[in-house]
Design a protein around this ligand. Structure first.
Ligand SMILES: [Zn+2]
Ligand SMILES: [Zn+2]
Length: 131
């Protein structure tokens, strides 16, 4: 009988990283964003124009960045979609991801049926910096 030692397992698996690709929202799309999600009275600027992809890194398909939340519960958010080395060319309103962690303490900030991990499963230096 031979003794095969089990390979060492890492106690801390590598963190899953957020994509974080950057893009700027072209001015002509701001109009479309506000058509999808109008400014509230007294609100001067609620459109995020410096975009950052929130999907898990190495995802397939285009990048997605949050542009503006739509007022109201379950109303979704406006997202911009772009491909690598290109500027965003369209904005779209998507339902919110309804994922939550087991304790319900953390809610996913991505859109419904996004690829990759939920917000709280990803190491996001921008998000941590905000806390
Ligand atoms: Zn991305
Ligand atoms: Zn999610």
């Amino acid at each position: 009988m031979t003794d095969h030692p089990t390979p060492p397992t890492s106690p801390n698996p590598p963190a899953r990283a957020v994509c974080g690709s950057r893009a700027g929202l072209p001015t002509y799309l701001v109009v479309e964003v506000l058509a999808l999600a109008p400014l509230r009275s007294g609100e001067l600027d609620g459109v995020q124009r410096e975009l950052r992809c929130v999907l898990e890194v190495h995802h397939d398909g285009p990048h997605f960045g949050l542009v503006r939340e739509v007022e109201g519960a379950d109303s979704g958010s406006v997202w911009a979609r772009w491909h690598a080395y290109d500027a965003p060319r369209e904005v779209l309103r998507l339902a919110d991801c309804d994922g939550a962690d087991r304790d319900g303490a953390d809610v996913c900030e991505e859109f419904a049926e996004h690829p990759g991990g939920h917000t709280w499963q990803l190491a996001d230096p921008w998000r941590n910096a905000r806390v």
